[in-house]
Design a protein around this ligand. Structure first.
Ligand code: SAM
Length: 445
């Protein structure tokens, strides 16, 4: 929007920009077009704009794809936005509290915005959360925050936001903006940044929850040596520093993102197998069409020859009735990065379903709770030729997820899951989809 259009619109709405909402409206059309172009929104791709204001960026995003959602907090702009963009979905609310899980049924989504500076960090953390299906973001931020996110180790700007966001996202400063491109002009300079998802293998594997714990501790007092700050969480600090090749007097900002990953993974698990693959020698019972044991074989052979064997799935609900799903680790040989039951696993040779279910729950979520048998599902292609015993239980977490097995986990309402499984079955492990179908039927009968 041109400066004169912004002024005329504000006048027509009998309003003026509000400082407490971080309202600085972009009036440089070339810049607005260029910013949206950086996100490379495809014609059939969904996008979300945070803080559309009067629509300076929205006009250009809408030209690229009709599948947009706007999240705006200012009550005064909602009717105006509905009128100007009747085909877009408009969410009236605070983007830092927006439930990013609601985007999952729409699949991968691009996110953009000239963010309100008073709450940019909280919005960034919300939209970079594990469960958000964002596959690219472009934001205008206060220059100082942009520099913190893109900082290199050793610099003053390098800190916990650099690492916590940098673990999954590559942040790049694309352009610095002077205050004069906004109405009113802010007191500070701004920068346009892009966030691109990191490719798997780009950084060393690590346990993400341990990574955030160590980073938060490490940067809790910048002047202190890291060894002192991590003395409880990493009692063998000196051994770790020696093995990983840094001085044990080092401070948090001296370690690079890669070194933080290595530190979080230390001591490395001793295994010949890649993360997420089952250990050697695991044996399964082979069963006939009536689930009677007729022999036993290795995990590899059971899968390669599609022999009927046994597994359990466990659905854990919280007291709000939401189901916990795990996202399978990227290192899994079967269905990597797909969403799956709260816990699931094979029945080892000689074991039965009832003893395997609580054990899997303990191994995968680190908890125990009484389980109820829900269904016995016959072996079929969707279950990978597994007979599946489905159990359910109630627990409110928190859970301890093994990083080699599970990427992340979250709670989902049955309504959202119903919508999501129908719109994007490709996001789920097929065994879970089968269990979910059976669960739905058992609830409705
Ligand atoms: N995109 C417009 C532009 O470029 O001209 C406006 C950008 S202005 C910097 C920030 C926008 O975010 C304003 O429209 C403001 O009302 C909105 N906003 C402020 N706080 C918000 C929040 N917590 N959630 C969503 N929008 C918010």
């Amino acid at each position: 929007m041109k400066l004169s259009d912004i002024q005329a619109t504000l006048q027509a709405l009998h309003t003026s920009p509000t400082k407490s909402l971080g309202q600085n409206f972009l009036h440089d059309q070339n810049l607005a077009d260029w910013t949206v172009e950086q996100l490379d929104i495809q014609p059939d791709e969904p996008w979300v704009e945070i803080g559309p204001g009067l629509g300076s960026l929205t006009d250009f995003a809408l030209k690229r794809s009709p599948h947009g959602t706007l999240i705006e907090k200012d009550d005064r702009l909602i009717d105006y936005l509905h009128e100007k963009y009747p085909t877009l979905q408009i969410v009236h609310g605070d983007a830092s509290q927006f439930d990013v899980r609601s985007l999952l049924p729409g699949g991968p989504v691009k996110i953009l915005g000239n963010l309100p500076y008073y709450i940019s960090s909280q919005i960034l953390f919300n939209f970079t959360a594990e469960a958000c299906p964002a596959n690219g973001m472009v934001f205008t931020l206060q220059r100082e925050l942009a520099e913190r996110l893109a900082a290199n180790s050793g610099s003053k700007a390098f800190g916990s936001p650099t690492l916590l966001i940098g673990l999954r996202w590559k942040v790049q400063i694309l352009k610095m903006l002077p205050p004069t491109v906004f109405l009113p002009a802010p007191q500070v300079e701004s920068a346009v940044v892009s966030l691109t998802p990191r490719a798997s293998g780009e950084l060393p594997d690590c346990d993400r929850s341990r990574f955030s714990k160590l980073v938060k501790l490490g940067f809790s007092q910048r002047r202190k040596q890291l060894g002192n700050l991590l003395s409880q969480a990493l009692p063998r600090w000196k051994d770790a520093a020696a093995e990983l090749g840094f001085q044990n007097t080092v401070r948090a900002e001296a370690l690079s993102l890669e070194q933080w990953c290595r530190l979080s993974a230390w001591p490395a698990a001793k295994s010949d197998l890649p993360l997420g693959q089952d250990s050697h020698g695991e044996q399964f019972d082979i069963v006939d069409q009536n689930d009677c044991v007729i022999g036993k074989t290795s995990r590899k052979e059971a899968h390669e020859k599609q022999l009927r064997h046994r597994a359990v799935h466990v659905f854990i609900f919280n007291s709000k009735g939401e189901l916990f799903l795990q996202k399978r680790s990227r290192w899994k040989d079967v269905a990597p990065l797909l969403w799956d039951s709260s816990a699931a696993g094979h029945v080892a040779s000689g074991d039965d379903y009832n003893e395997t279910a609580p054990r899997e729950l303990e191994e995968e979520l680190g908890v125990s709770t009484p389980l109820t048998s829900v269904a016995h599902i016959a072996a079929c292609p969707a279950t990978g030729n597994e007979f599946v015993a489905l159990f359910s239980g109630i627990h409110d977490g928190p859970f301890t997820l093994p990083p080699a097995e599970i990427e992340c986990g979250d709670w989902f309402s049955p309504e959202l899951l119903q919508q999501w499984t129908l719109s994007r079955p490709q996001d789920f492990a097929s065994g879970f989809l089968e269990c979910w179908k059976i669960w739905q039927t058992s609830k409705n009968s």
